[in-house]
Design a protein. Structure first.
Length: 277
């Protein structure tokens, strides 16, 4: 039960963080948003680790955490850009397919999905195809929805980062989260031209909040993987698109076509079925 609650809490935290990140990226560059939010999240994780300390020593877990950090940096950059240029109600659900990568890894380890999980995987894949497609106008052919490609890119890197974080968390989830955030922050900051502040001071609190929510979710996810099945935790933590879609509807008044709503719902239902199985 602890793993389920932690994964759901991580999903909610990621949902709010991603909504705010995508919203701010509509007026600021992706690099600007990440240049403030990533270090803010790093500070939070560093404080948590400092309270515990107990360094686990070197080992392969460090390499896994480093790889997860690069994956997380690329994934979140792609997601924020996709949320900025496309419909949040489409982009966010597509990234919910990220758990397919951890599930594949779990399958390779010997786990066998139930029939319900297989149905969920099929529903998620179909949902991606439907939700990421915009109907043509006046007889014109349909086309991939704006931001759909970025959402798929984010899903691939998020899923890969989850695999790396889970492997590192088997040694220590808190240190794994810290190393991940150090790498992602360093990757972002290395690209920032520091001739002037990356963002106006008035938006720093919001950008910092984005980073704190993201970092908190990362810690909860890492700890959850040590308390329950990785495949279940990965899927439950991927339900954040529901939060993004609700906020996009409530705050931005986004409207999707009936087909796109069906596709987005199929993605979320598929993810839920994978967990329930």
């Amino acid at each position: 039960m602890a793993a389920v609650l932690l994964a759901l809490a991580a999903s909610a935290s990621w949902g709010v963080s991603d909504f705010l990140g995508g919203l701010k990226t509509r007026s600021l560059s992706v690099l600007t948003v990440l240049a403030v939010s990533q270090p803010a999240g790093l500070i939070l994780i560093a404080v948590v680790v400092a309270g515990r300390w107990a360094f686990p020593g070197g080992g392969w877990w460090l390499l896994w955490a480093v790889l997860a950090g690069f994956g997380a940096a690329i994934g979140i950059a792609a997601l924020y850009r996709g949320l900025a240029v496309g419909s949040m109600g489409i982009v966010a659900p597509i990234t919910a397919t990220a758990p397919l990568i951890p599930l594949t890894v779990a399958l390779a380890r010997g786990e066998r999905p139930s029939s319900v999980q297989l149905a969920g995987i099929a529903a998620a894949l179909v949902g991606v195809a439907v939700a990421g497609w915009e109907p043509g106008v006046e007889g014109a052919r349909g086309r991939a929805a704006t931001g759909a490609g970025l959402a798929l890119l984010a899903a691939v890197f998020f899923g890969s980062a989850q695999v790396g974080l889970e492997a590192a968390s088997n040694v220590d989830p808190y240190w794994a989260s810290l190393v991940l955030r150090i790498i992602s922050s360093a990757a972002v900051l290395s690209l920032v031209p520091w001739k002037r502040p990356p963002a106006p001071g008035s938006v720093w609190p919001t950008l910092a909040l984005i980073g704190l929510l993201d970092a908190g979710a990362t810690i909860m996810f890492a700890v959850a993987t040590t308390k329950g099945l990785f495949s279940v935790v990965a899927v439950l933590a991927s339900l954040y698109p529901v939060v993004v879609a609700i906020l996009a509807r409530a705050v931005l008044g986004e409207r999707l076509t009936r087909v796109q709503r069906g596709g987005a719902l199929a993605v979320v239902c598929g993810a839920a079925a994978i967990s329930a199985g």
